[in-house]
Design a protein around this ligand. Sequence first.
Ligand SMILES: Nc1ncnc2c1ncn2[C@@H]1O[C@H](COP(=O)(O)OP(=O)(O)OP(=O)(O)O)[C@@H](O)[C@H]1O
Ligand SMILES: [Mg+2]
Length: 257
Amino acid sequence: MANIYVITSGKGGVGKTTAAAAIGAGLAAAGKRVALIDMDLGLRNLDVALGLETLVFYHIGDVLKGSIKLEDALVSSDRYPGLSLLAAAQSVQPGSITTDGLKNITEALTAISEYILIDCPAGIGEYFRAVIPLADEGIVITTPVVSAVRDADKVLHLLEEAGVRRRRVLVNAVRPELVKKGSMMEARDITDVLGAELLGVIPDDDEVIGMVNEGKPVSGTRSAAGAAYDRIVRRLLGEELPIPPLKIKKKGWFRRR
Ligand SMILES: Nc1ncnc2c1ncn2[C@@H]1O[C@H](COP(=O)(O)OP(=O)(O)OP(=O)(O)O)[C@@H](O)[C@H]1O
Ligand SMILES: [Mg+2]
């Protein structure tokens, strides 16, 4: 049986798609069969984050309508053995996204995958609500910013209400030098406030932006964020791995922040 994960956040732009690509690619590199579903309907970013956009011909809307079989809509590539992607529809017919319809998809994917990762749209809208009852686990992403943490709290409550049995928080874009100065919240303080388990902490890393734009998942790279994602992947594989404090980067002469 595959474990179904929803990757969610209250606030937008906090790094869900980057995380879905990094974790999905990392699990596949570890030899797992992984299915990624892009539920950010109307936008579609996950294929780009994986560099697979030229291979997308069909999407989740086609499968839900019944016009395309799931196996024909799944995108796979030699770049990621064991990984398949169901892309988001860029336009959606009102009322076409239902929990029952999505359940048919996740059940079929369960037969061929060990991990199913669902990249959710930001917030607590219709598509988020349709998909969360299907999840076994929730990964709630927040940045160390009060508004994002407050929105993460709401998402965590909704996941609990929907029966998602394990809910973990990933704190993204942390700047350890600001944490040290006391001007940025510490990840442990965030999870204390949220009353939730910490899955991992990812540094704010300029290299991420370039990698995402080039369609390269961050895991398995020599960047600081890559190393942090690799540890998250190992945790999801069941390893009990401590979460070390992030290292403060030495300021270069030209480094602006
Ligand atoms: N750890 C990080 N360090 C620096 N930049 C990051 C980091 N994580 C993500 N980003 C950048 O933040 C931007 C938003 O990331 P992403 O698209 O993954 O967010 P999202 O939560 O999926 O957004 P949306 O809510 O719109 O779906 C991207 O430009 C990405 O490169
Ligand atoms: Mg996204």
